[in-house]
Design a binder for this molecule. Structure first.
Ligand SMILES: *Cc1c(COP(=O)(O)O)cnc(C)c1O
Length: 365
């Protein structure tokens, strides 16, 4: 059986460093917001190329706190993509703002800047592009809209740690970058964790307060914050793993190239890396009108797959109240019916990729 993702092998490859990092935290006896968090925040900011990084509990919290820090809430509208982890939209809803959706570009599955423009109203305050599957969203036209309409841009970089857009790491391009360290992400904790990046000192200071109950100092609550603190164990683990991230991303890219080669010439659309971008293949996603049958065939032949995502945001029951019927975002809806994520993780073997590709070839023959 080839699973879509396997986290056990990676732990074995860095076991000594992870175990000693965990032991160090246990011996010190300090568990929430401490020197491990501070060090990891500095290292992650340096990696992303932003001046500030603030650790939080989850990627969802990162997005929600980013909106709060920018004073976005009830009465405001925030535009994002219908094809994402629904958590992106939930973070907007948590802030009290209205979720507005704009359809995707069919080549990259990322939000289409032209469609964003059509959704902008006087109430629009921010855009949240998602760098889906590890491919940077088209930031240049998005930044042009942001300037024209005086908006903010919050990057959802939960799937794209280390991805590059025109030489810049994603998460350092907009007003705020948001990361998730959910275990299966390109940089994953052994539990939940998230990070906010920004180049603005004022925003960073506000985010620091919000994540810690709105306190400026102990017992001085300056604003209505939340409890979304990063813990020392996760920060220590993430610090060890960050040192391997570039190598792991390169492995993903190499495996993606091998898939590209093995699947060429079939009636499948393969992931396309945009010019001047570095895709980090959080997921290797193909598209085919025979998706469900192919998924079943692969499963029968010992290959695990998943669908990211089977239901776009506007067709989720939780978002029924938006009154956006099927047909509103035809590109995202079609993708939801046709995309399939193949096994992808740095420890996946080249032979396994070749086996998956050969099995898909057999399906079409
Ligand atoms: C994982 C993910 C999130 C949510 O992150 P959590 O840490 O699970 O809260 C948000 N957006 C995208 C695109 C994601 O992939």
């Amino acid at each position: 059986m080839i699973p879509i993702v396997d986290l056990k092998e990676q732990y074995q490859s860095i076991k000594e460093d992870i175990d000693s990092a965990i032991q160090r935290v246990l011996d010190r006896g300090w568990f929430v917001l401490g020197e491990e968090v501070e060090r990891f925040e500095k290292e992650f900011a340096a990696f992303i190329g932003s001046t500030h990084a603030v650790g939080v509990n989850t990627g969802t919290d990162a997005l929600f706190i980013a909106l709060r820090a920018l004073n976005i809430g009830p009465g405001d509208e925030v535009i994002t993509t219908p094809l994402t982890a629904t958590y992106t939209a939930l973070a907007i809803s948590m802030s009290g703002a209205k979720v507005t959706l704009a359809d995707i570009d069919e080549q990259t599955y990322n939000i289409d800047p032209q469609k964003i423009k059509e959704e902008i109203t006087p109430k629009t305050k921010a855009i949240i592009p998602v760098h889906l599957y590890g491919q940077p969203a088209d930031m240049e036209p998005i930044l042009a809209l942001v300037k024209e309409y005086n908006l903010k841009v919050i990057e959802d970089a939960a799937q794209a740690h280390g991805a590059l857009y025109k030489g810049q790491k994603v998460g350092s391009i907009g007003d705020i970058g948001c990361f998730s360290f959910y275990p299966s992400k390109n940089l994953g904790a052994y539990g939940d964790a998230g990070m906010i990046t920004t180049n603005d000192a004022g925003t960073a200071a506000k985010v620091r307060m919000i994540r810690n109950g709105g306190q400026s100092d102990r017992y001085k609550h300056q604003l209505l914050g939340v409890n979304s603190r990063l813990d020392e164990l996760q920060a220590a683990i993430l610090g060890v793993k960050l040192r391997h991230l570039e190598t792991w991303n390169e492995k993903r890219r190499k495996l993606a190239a091998l898939y590209d080669e093995g699947l060429s010439g079939l009636e499948i659309s393969l992931p396309k890396q945009k010019e001047n971008c570095k895709h980090v293949y959080h997921l290797y996603v193909i598209q085919t009108s025979q998706r469900d049958k192919l998924k079943e065939f692969l499963s029968e032949n010992g290959v695990g797959t998943q669908i990211h995502y089977p239901r776009p945001v506007h067709l989720q029951k939780a978002y029924e109240f938006l009154n956006l019927a099927p047909g509103w975002f035809p590109r995202a809806e079609r993708a939801a019916e046709e995309v399939l994520s193949l096994p992808m993780y740095p420890e996946l073997k080249e032979e396994q990729v070749k086996f998956v590709a050969a099995t898909i070839r057999r399906f079409y023959e």
